[in-house]
Write a protein that binds this ligand. Sequence first.
Ligand SMILES: Cc1cc2nc3c(=O)[nH]c(=O)nc-3n(C[C@H](O)[C@H](O)[C@H](O)COP(=O)(O)OP(=O)(O)OC[C@H]3O[C@@H](n4cnc5c(N)ncnc54)[C@H](O)[C@@H]3O)c2cc1C
Length: 278
Amino acid sequence: MGFEFTEKAVFQQYFGAAHDMVRRSIKEFVNGEIMPHVDEWEEQGGFPRRLYKKAAEVGFLGIGYPEELGGTPGDIFFQIVAWEEIMRCGSGGITAGLGSLNIALPPILARGTDEQKERFVKPVLAGDRVAALAITEASGGSDVAALQATAVRDGDFYVVNGSKTFITSGCRADQITCAVRTGGPGAHGISLLVIESTTPGYSVSEKLKKTGWWASDTAEIFFDNCRVPAENLIGEENQGFYGIMENFQVERLQLAIMGYGHPGGSEPGIYLPGGRRD
Ligand SMILES: Cc1cc2nc3c(=O)[nH]c(=O)nc-3n(C[C@H](O)[C@H](O)[C@H](O)COP(=O)(O)OP(=O)(O)OC[C@H]3O[C@@H](n4cnc5c(N)ncnc54)[C@H](O)[C@@H]3O)c2cc1C
């Protein structure tokens, strides 16, 4: 059995005319709405919130999400072409900031109830709310199973205490998908809660300074006896670690695209079906 592994064969297999169409519309969005401002936004350390709305209108935020939640379903290659085109702007910060929903929403989509999807996914895909994922803590990010922020059940609420750091879109997020300790030590004591930024006891630091990704706001978030409705628990209690692990696959893909799609790296986003180049 022979399969000729050429660039053309690979592109014909995974990218078709519909992917090409998405690529062109995102490219237009990048050229019209991002490129004229990219240097200014990088220098000022953020992009305007209205960009989420514009990204939603062009269909970018909803790529790969269910139609009933305002998305445009499709295979993963639609997301790949979209991210390649966004990365054409050359700003990892804009790409990361616009993309924080893609790490915040998948656990809700995979493990949440219909009501949670309606409340926490739909308005984000519409560009009306900003979502972030909050796992990392000052005590260390690599060892997720050792995280320390606690959520103690009290009637219909969880009382959350602790802090998170390096949270992308953390300053402006309206909601965070947050990993908290609801059980004993280790991976089996972790749950995911959606915490809204309006919750009393929730506070956010100034934007953290970074060597790159300037246009992405990155924050520390603090919880001081935050009473979070128990109905905001995503999936089962103490099963959150698995939701986090599943989620990392999409995050890795996005970060890989940001790496190779950077204009300073290999040629960005120029591939079209059949190996044609734009
Ligand atoms: C710009 C930016 C945006 C981010 N956005 C988010 C976000 O949106 N949400 C979020 O939750 N987190 C976010 N993070 C955090 C990121 O996930 C963590 O930085 C990462 O998980 C590493 O954790 P750490 O920085 O605490 O480093 P540590 O875990 O303390 O690791 C420090 C060093 O030790 C090494 N190391 C750690 N453990 C071991 C080991 N067992 N054996 C050998 N070497 C080891 C690491 O490789 C690293 O070099 C962001 C970080 C940055 C910089």
